[in-house]
Design a protein around this ligand. Structure first.
Ligand code: ADP
Ligand code: MG
Length: 258
């Protein structure tokens, strides 16, 4: 599959009558890591959920705008919601493998959900491939039948990444994937991200400015001021966002003066 870009156009979002995003437009380019930064509560997670149609699972949620994957609107009424989620995977802050399920079965769990059947040998190959890409293969190759819950936090997060990769997503959304991890595990995940981006477009939410600077090609700075809905103050190449921000609020935020 060729790399795919994701484009959000004029995304406005509500929970009930509480507006939480205001006309957010952002191009997340194919083959790049885009980092979403900004204080808590400014709508980064909501935006991420809108990018793979998870937002609509929340009963009070509504939205306006478009999300284009490779130029095609994922909200097009003729497209099924499962199709969007299959192509656009998500990794959460808290690692959430199925704890009692084996490492092997965790990796292939998504195949059942998407109705894909596979021969045993192909499954074995897929498990090795995805665990390798997630940087976990060497650590677990001799214990694939052990439960996912027996792994360390950092390993569990890499297992979740492997599970996402098994359904061959074109985009991987990561919502603060390292916030619950120690610095060593964080570094391993960052290395994994750097390699994965060759084949899957990545959007990552992070509160760690060094991490945003290390892993991303482009950054978008979200802000919600005094009860107003979240919006993007500024976005651009990561280097420019950190070294030559155009808005003083971006400068304050990336330099920790918030
Ligand atoms: P961030 O990820 O930047 O911290 P969120 O997207 O989690 O921000 O939240 C943005 C706003 O939406 C906040 O005001 C939050 O309280 C509100 N919000 C988030 N999820 C829900 C929900 N399920 N129901 C109602 N309000 C929500
Ligand atoms: Mg969040």
């Amino acid at each position: 599959m060729p790399l795919a870009g994701l484009e959000a156009r004029q995304i406005t979002a509500w929970f009930g009558d509480h507006q939480v995003l205001d006309r957010v437009s952002l191009s997340m380019r194919a083959g790049e890591v885009t980092a979403l930064i900004g204080p808590s509560g400014c709508g980064k997670s909501t935006f991420l959920r809108i990018l793979n149609r998870m937002h609509e699972l929340i009963p009070s949620a509504s939205l306006a705008g478009e999300v284009l994957l490779d130029g095609q609107d994922i909200y097009d009424s003729s497209r099924r919601i499962t199709q969007a989620r299959r192509q656009i995977g998500m990794v959460f802050q808290k690692p959430n493998p199925f704890p009692a399920m084996s490492i092997y079965d965790n990796v292939v769990a998504g195949l059942k959900l998407t109705g894909t059947s596979m021969r045993r040998g192909d499954k074995d190959n897929l498990v090795e491939e995805c665990l390798t890409k997630a940087g976990l293969w060497r650590e677990v190759r001799d214990r694939l039948r052990q439960p996912g819950g027996a792994l360390s936090g950092g390993q569990q997060q890499r297992l979740c990444i492997a599970r996402s990769l098994a359904i061959r997503p074109r985009v991987l959304l990561m919502d603060e994937p390292c916030s619950a991890l120690d610095p060593t595990s964080t570094r391993v995940i960052e290395e994994t991200i750097a390699e994965l981006v060759a084949e899957v477009t990545i959007v990552i939410v992070t509160h760690n400015m060094q991490q945003a600077a290390r892993v991303s090609n482009r950054c978008a700075f979200f802000l919600a001021e005094q009860g107003t809905p979240g919006y993007i103050v500024e976005h651009g190449p990561t280097d420019a966002m950190f070294n030559d921000p155009q808005d003083p609020r971006t400068s304050d935020y990336v330099n920790g003066r918030f």
